[in-house]
Ligand binder design. Sequence first.
Ligand SMILES: Cc1cc2nc3c(=O)[nH]c(=O)nc-3n(C[C@H](O)[C@H](O)[C@H](O)COP(=O)(O)OP(=O)(O)OC[C@H]3O[C@@H](n4cnc5c(N)ncnc54)[C@H](O)[C@@H]3O)c2cc1C
Ligand SMILES: O=C([O-])CC(=O)C(=O)O
Length: 364
Amino acid sequence: MRSYEVLPVRTLCLSPPVPTPQMAAPRVAVVGAGLIGLSTALRIAEVNPSCCSITLLSEQFSPNTTSDVAAGMLIPHTYPGTPIHVQKQWFKETFTYLFAISNSDEASEAGIHLVSGWQIFKNPSEAEVPFWSDIVLGFRPMSAAELQKFPQHSHGQAFTTLKCDCPPYLLWLEKRLKANGVQIHTRKVTDLWELHREYDIVVNCVGIGARQLVGDQQLFPIRGQVLKVHAPWVKNFIRDGDGLTYIYPGIDSVTLGGTREKESWCLSPDPGTTKDIFDRCCSLEPSLQRAQDIRVKVGLRPSRSCVRLQREVLSQGGAKLLVVHNYGHGSGGFSVHRGTAEEAAHLVGECIAVLQGSSSKAKL
Ligand SMILES: Cc1cc2nc3c(=O)[nH]c(=O)nc-3n(C[C@H](O)[C@H](O)[C@H](O)COP(=O)(O)OP(=O)(O)OC[C@H]3O[C@@H](n4cnc5c(N)ncnc54)[C@H](O)[C@@H]3O)c2cc1C
Ligand SMILES: O=C([O-])CC(=O)C(=O)O
């Protein structure tokens, strides 16, 4: 019989663990090659250089993940089960990291760019100043002249944020992993325990796959359908504050959204929904009537009241497997991924320290 021991999440910063001479470098498997698995594996490799070997295992890779479907905008969603100061820290770390990439010669390959625009509201009570207003650039109430563009809306917020063009960013992360010596293999994991002979630490980043892989009933899909269109004249983002309708210009295409269907597992595009999204977006930006090359994408947001960022020990017949979970980013994975990768990498550092402790005890 397997037992599970959940350890409290700690945000304590550890310096990189140094392997003792007696101990072989711990073998770390990161499962999942969406945004969260790739960014977590990269952060582990950066924080723990040469003190562990890292392998990324995944059933699917870009362009076949939920992360490929996303709009990739850095506008946080709120996780009700996580303190706001923690969410703010995750967003700040992510914004700072991507802002530096956007200012480097890697920006176009990584698909990261600044974009300015408006979040608009019909009801003034919805237009509260959000917790992330001092992290994005130049946040301010919209002027009356700007609001003339949106006759159905009475209030709005103007700001500049970052956008990831998702497939290029995922490929860029994959390239960085290979450059850092991370092994990458295609593999579906049916039970984390199956990895216990090959790996010492497993990092679970399987997104909505965690419902099946670890039986997490708190995790549920929120289906999202979006259109990717060619409309290079659209330069500003527009987001209806209700979160349903948005227009997000990227480097090669504009993402038009969207839908939020709780507990729907359907990955097929719905033609009626495509028309509805297109009409809603055209009512905010009439020039989209001339958009071309419309492609429809569907993804399942891995939703939970809070991201599961936690250590766990699996044990069976005296053998143990250390696990770090990092999944459940819902609608906001792009906005917080670097911050949660940072925290997961610290948890992996703690696991390495535990292994070193038990290895030196075994010597005594
Ligand atoms: C329409 C839409 C728009 C979005 N827009 C934004 C946005 O603008 N901004 C934002 O911040 N967020 C946005 N999101 C949310 C964001 O996409 C998610 O939070 C994020 O992509 C989750 O990443 P993930 O790596 O956890 O999951 P995924 O991308 O689903 O990756 C999971 C990985 O795990 C692998 N896997 C699963 N099960 C197993 C298994 N048993 N064994 C091996 N491998 C397995 C999969 O093959 C995959 O590689 C949007 C989402 C959708 C659907
Ligand atoms: O809400 C947005 O602006 C985009 C997004 O994150 C999603 O559709 O999940």
